[in-house]
Design a protein around this ligand. Structure first.
Ligand code: SF4
Length: 584
């Protein structure tokens, strides 16, 4: 049921609520980001999904966390407060890889940092509890999702319990939680209990009859070995109901239902205005980056250890239909400020559009690509390239390029890769293409659970020759990473040298590894061992050693005392004269 015509933003103030003749809202969404009504922003998606099934939704974006009044804009909602830190974990958004405060926040108007508190979910939830003792709280978004289980927190260098406890939320919706949030709203409306909803975490006083029993939270927090065992069980049983004793209660993790293509198509067809709310005077940099880009699929088959995506979006790819993507391109290109350039059509890795598993079963592998490509993986470039080609034919569209990264080794596994690379280089690159080899050291790559499936140097040669044939000067931008478990100072120096040899230059920027909560790599960082294989890896934890490795990678190594040449002391003529005068 659609309640009213959607030609306006979701209300952000009492006045906007009253213009709709509402006396109250059913749900208030609180976010640490600016409110941008675009499908690339989680709050807009959740808000529009709830609105489409008939709920009255208000948005409080970037509330002043020191002022409880900023939470009471709409009064107490009839059903619940839905709280998210925004598109990025608040600790990642506030601090650099070396734990320095960031000055910027691309999700805030003007891009200035400081609008979002550290541990935003906890801060916002406390603020809500301060104002309304008995209101229901639902937490979601990446911060809730990737802290839903006992996890290592890099910023405090401690193991923390599930965030559902710290926020005292009624339920946590993890992943891309459109289906879960609608179910939660339905249950709250009918007064039913919130347990057992697919894609959620909840706490219960009674132990469920079924489910994989994990080591208790207290045991996982007390011992590195149990932490690792508990994580392994969690990682391998995400498709099952899991239970963990937490004091006198039980933490219950209900598996997610993968959305269908139809469900994704319906979400992206919702009436997003594709603009930040007009209350902002300044532009929102993160929006400017994606305003003309389109998400074609979700999920990633790779399962790289340092990345949150497979634990958040899932390891199976779900792609939108071509029709749905093209109708979004048409909508975008009809906008008066569209200049003819679609900057991306992709997902976590652009060229994974249309990938799938030929067996519809519960799979026990942790990655479809590591340690080798699974024979059941349906892959290939045709779907994606034909989509780019179709998009280019839409009225007003002049260019369709690849803005997100290309998984180059997977791209080159297609038997038709020569023809495809020609098409890509000729039609779909805007000057540069990002690829992410991450490292070249075999041990580090194993810790990352990433195996190059095609030789990097061959791809670089093939790309340049395809670009020359197209008569274009185009560059590859390699993404590489320092400080990942397994990477030593020597490995970083070799990485720099190899990248320079292969690409002819080294990029100005490189990523220093950050152990993101709940990722496989964060467990290796904390325990020194891969929780899935028990292999031991060297880990650089000391911040000065991490900085040193990063400097080695960037070629900015400061010279040590021994290396510094002492400058010969040349007495100035002035000094010599004054000495002579003294002697006289
Ligand atoms: S069977 Fe193979 S392709 Fe299918 S999900 Fe498992 S690893 Fe991936």
């Amino acid at each position: 049921m659609i309640e009213h015509s959607h030609n306006s933003y979701l209300p952000v103030s009492r006045e906007e609520m009253e213009t709709r003749n509402w006396d109250a809202v059913d749900i208030v969404l609180i976010t640490g980001d600016a409110y941008v009504d675009h499908p690339g922003f989680g709050t807009a998606v959740i808000g529009r999904v709830l609105e489409a099934v008939g709920y009255r939704v208000g948005v409080i974006a970037m509330p002043d966390w020191k002022d409880p009044d900023s939470i009471t804009v709409f009064g107490k909602p009839r059903l619940f407060f839905g709280i998210t830190s925004g598109n990025v974990d608040s600790m990642l958004s506030r601090y650099t890889a070396f734990k320095k405060v960031r000055n910027d926040d691309p999700y805030a108007p003007g891009g200035a940092g400081g609008h979002k508190p550290s541990r935003a979910l906890i801060v916002y939830s406390n603020l809500v509890r301060q104002c309304y003792k008995d209101v229901a709280i639902v937490i979601g978004g990446i911060e809730a999702s990737m802290r839903r289980f006992v996890h290592y927190d890099f910023w405090s260098d401690k193991v923390r319990r599930s965030i559902i406890q710290d926020t005292r939320a009624d339920v946590l919706a993890y992943g891309m939680s459109e289906t879960a949030i609608v179910k939660i709203a339905e249950r709250m409306k009918s007064g039913s209990d919130l347990q057992g909803i697919a894609g959620t975490v909840s706490l219960s006083r009674s132990k469920p009859d079924a489910g994989v029993m994990l080591p208790s939270e207290a045991d996982m927090m007390a011992s590195r070995k149990t932490f690792s065992e508990g994580y392994r069980l969690f990682y391998r049983n995400q498709h099952r109901l899991m239970v963990q004793p937490v004091g006198k209660r039980f933490w219950i993790h209900t598996p997610q239902n993968r959305p269908s293509t139809d469900a994704l198509d319906r979400i992206y067809a919702l009436p997003f205005l594709r603009q930040p709310h007009p209350q902002y005077d300044e532009s929102v940099p993160a929006f400017e980056m994606i305003r003309n880009s389109i998400t074609a699929h979700r999920g990633c088959v790779s399962g790289c250890g340092f990345c949150s995506l497979n634990l958040h979006q899932g390891r199976r790819i779900v792609s939108r239909s071509e029709k749905s993507v093209i109708s979004e391109v048409k909508k975008m290109s009809a906008s008066p400020d569209f200049k003819g350039h679609v900057t991306d059509i992709g997902g976590p890795s652009a060229n994974m559009y249309g990938f799938g598993c030929s067996r519809d079963w519960i799979c026990s592998r942790e990655s479809c690509l590591f340690p080798d490509v699974c024979p059941n993986l349906r892959m290939g470039n045709d779907h994606w390239l034909s989509l780019l080609c179709r998009a280019k034919k839409v009225k007003n569209v002049k260019h369709v390029t690849v803005g997100s990264g290309l998984r180059y080794d997977v791209f080159m596994r297609d038997p038709e890769h020569k023809r495809h690379l020609k098409q890509l280089a000729r039609d779909h690159i805007s000057g540069q293409l990002k690829i992410a080899p991450e490292h070249v050291d075999e041990r580090t790559l194993r810790a990352m659970r990433k195996k190059p499936l095609f030789p990097l140097q061959n791809f670089v040669k093939a790309f340049h020759s395809a670009s020359r044939a197209a008569g274009k000067m185009q560059y590859l931008v390699p993404y590489v990473m320092s400080c990942h478990p397994g990477s030593t100072q020597r490995a970083a120096a070799i990485l720099r040298k190899t990248i320079k040899q292969i690409f002819g230059y080294f990029p100005e920027q490189a990523q220093a590894f950050i152990p993101l909560p709940m990722t496989l790599s964060s467990v290796i960082y904390y325990t020194g061992r891969d929780p899935l294989t028990d292999e031991k890896f060297a880990v650089m934890r000391d911040s000065s050693v991490r900085r040193e490795q990063h400097r080695i990678l960037l070629g900015k190594m400061r010279k040590s005392g021994a290396q510094k040449k002492k400058k010969p002391y040349i007495k100035s003529s002035l000094q010599r004269r004054s000495k002579k005068r003294k002697r006289r």
